[in-house]
Design a protein around this ligand. Structure first.
Ligand code: NIG
Ligand code: FE
Length: 419
C-alpha cells in the first residue's frame, strides 16, 4: 500500500541524474520529462515515478488527480540570510535616490544596521520573524533552505543566531541547513580592531560552533570593505580543521579572486560571481564547486546580472538561489528568481529547473537525497497549476504553486476563493 499517489500529471519533471551529484554545462538541459505521469510515495520516499498506466491508484491511502498540472522536485534555496531583525526601508529610499549599496555600507549602514537590530532582538523575536519568512519560502515552493548567521558579529550574538537557526528545524517543516557567517563584515564596534575581530572568529567563535555542531558550513564575504582573500583563506583552513566545509560570497561587487579561493579550498559553492575570472571558472570546475547565482540581488540593487551563459558554457554546474536578506534582496520568491534567470541571464528553462533543484541540493551536499524525483529519494514534490514547466517561468511575478509534499507529507494545499 502506498501513502500517496499523484496520477495523470500533464508533466513530471524528474531532473533524474541516475546517481550523479550534479549536472554541469549542457547536462543541465536534461530534465527527465515524463508526460501523463505518476509518482507514488511511501514512508517519505519515492517508490515509483513513471507513466500513469504503470501504477494501480487503488493501492494508495490517498490518490491525487494531477490532470492538467505539473510536478517538480521541491526547490532548494541554497543561500539565504533569513534570520534577522529590523528592516532597511530608509536605506532603500537612499538607494532609490542614487546612493549605492557600497556607499551606504561604507557610511556605517548596510549589514551593520541589521547587526544593531539583531543584537537587540531576543531569540523568541528572531524565531518569530524567521518562521514568517520560512512560510513565505514554502509558499513559493522551497522545501529546503540554507540559512546563514552573520548579523550577530560578536560571540554571544553569532551563537544566538545559530541557536535560532538550529531550533527552527523543529519548528518548521522546511529542512534547514545552517551556515556560520561570522565573517560577513567587520562589525561597527570592531571598526578599528580588525585583527581582534579576526582572532575572535578563529579562536572563539569557530571552535564553539564546531563543538556544539551549530553549523555545517563556514561562509566568508570576500570583498573590498569586507574580508580579504588571505583572511578568508585563514578562516577556511581553521574551519576545515574543525570539520566545517566552506562556501564563499565571491566576486560580487569587484573581481577579487574569490572563485579561485573557492576552488582551492574545495568549497561546496561560490555565490554571486558577477565578476568571476576565467581562472576562477577553471578552478571551480576542477574542485566540483557549484556556481550559485543570485539574480534577485541584481534586480533589487539595479545592477548587471552575472553572466550565466559564460559559466554554463564553460562547463560549470550552476544553481540559483534568492539570497533573501534585508539589504540586497528582500524577496523569498524563488519562482521570481527563475523568471529573472530566463529573461535577464538567458538561461534556458531546463537549465533553470536544474539550477533550483539538483544543483542547488548539490550546493548543500544533499543531492544524494534531494533535488530530483527518483526512486529511493526523499519525497519532496511540488504540484503546479500549470500544464507544463515552462509556464511557471514564463507567466512571471505570480505564484503557480498548488501543493507541496515534504518528506512524503502534504504540507501545503492551495485553497480557492469561493463566493
Ligand atoms: O549576500 N553579500 C553579503 N551579504 C548579503 C547582504 C546582506 C545585507 O545587506 O544585509 C548578500 O548580498
Ligand atoms: Fe548573501
Amino acid at each position: 500500500m502506498m501513502d500517496i499517489i499523484f496520477y495523470n500529471a500533464s508533466q513530471i519533471v524528474t531532473v533524474a541524474s541516475g546517481g550523479a551529484r550534479l549536472k554541469r554545462g549542457a547536462e543541465m538541459r536534461d530534465i527527465g520529462l515524463i508526460e501523463d505521469g505518476a509518482v507514488a510515495i511511501k514512508n517519505g520516499r519515492i517508490e515509483y515515478v513513471g507513466p500513469s498506466d504503470g501504477i494501480d491508484i487503488s493501492k494508495a491511502e490517498r490518490s491525487i488527480n494531477a490532470f492538467g498540472k505539473t510536478i517538480l522536485p521541491g526547490f532548494v534555496d541554497s543561500h539565504t540570510h533569513l534570520v534577522f531583525a529590523g528592516a532597511r526601508e530608509e536605506e532603500f529610499a537612499r538607494r532609490i535616490a542614487g546612493a549605492t549599496y557600497a556607499e551606504i555600507a561604507a557610511a556605517g549602514g548596510g549589514i551593520n544596521t541589521t547587526v544593531k537590530a539583531t543584537r537587540a532582538a531576543s531569540k523568541i523575536e528572531l524565531t518569530e520573524y524567521a518562521l514568517h519568512r520560512l512560510d513565505s519560502c514554502l509558499g513559493f515552493g522551497s522545501t529546503t533552505v540554507e540559512i546563514k548567521s552573520g548579523y550577530g558579529l560578536d560571540f554571544e550574538n553569532e551563537i544566538k543566531m545559530l541557536e535560532v537557526i538550529n531550533e527552527l528545524r523543529d519548528l518548521h517543516v522546511i529542512e534547514i541547513v545552517p551556515t556560520f557567517l561570522g565573517a560577513h563584515t567587520i562589525p561597527f564596534d570592531y571598526k578599528d580592531r580588525r585583527e581582534e575581530y579576526l582572532q575572535l572568529i578563529m579562536e572563539r567563535m569557530l571552535p564553539e560552533v564546531a563543538r556544539r555542531r551549530l553549523a555545517q558550513y563556514c561562509d566568508v564575504f570576500v570583498e573590498k570593505g569586507a574580508f580579504t582573500l588571505e583572511e578568508a583563506r585563514g578562516i577556511f583552513m581553521r574551519a576545515r580543521e574543525l570539520g566545517m566545509k566552506a562556501r564563499v560570497h565571491a566576486d560580487q561587487i569587484t573581481p577579487g579572486g574569490g572563485a579561485e579561493l573557492a576552488g582551492d579550498v574545495f568549497a561546496a559553492s561560490a555565490d554571486h560571481l558577477d565578476h568571476i575570472s576565467d581562472d576562477g571558472i577553471a578552478r571551480m570546475r576542477d574542485s566540483g564547486t557549484i556556481a550559485t547565482l543570485l539574480p534577485g540581488v541584481s534586480l533589487f540593487l539595479g545592477e548587471e546580472y552575472p553572466d550565466a551563459r559564460r559559466l554554463i558554457e564553460a562547463g560549470l554546474a550552476v544553481a540559483i538561489a534568492t539570497d533573501a536578506n534585508p539589504g540586497s534582496c528582500t524577496s523569498e520568491n524563488i519562482q521570481l528568481m527563475m523568471s529573472l534567470a530566463a529573461t535577464q541571464m538567458r538561461m534556458t528553462m531546463e537549465e533553470i529547473i536544474t539550477a533550483v533543484t539538483l544543483n542547488a541540493a548539490a550546493a548543500l551536499d544533499r543531492s544524494d537525497a534531494l533535488g530530483s524525483i527518483e526512486e529511493g529519494k526523499q519525497a519532496d514534490l511540488l504540484m503546479f497549476d500549470t500544464p507544463n514547466y515552462q509556464r511557471i517561468i514564463y507567466h512571471f511575478g505570480v505564484n503557480h504553486l498548488n501543493t507541496v509534499v515534504k518528506a512524503g507529507r502534504v504540507v501545503m494545499e492551495k485553497s480557492y476563493a469561493s463566493a
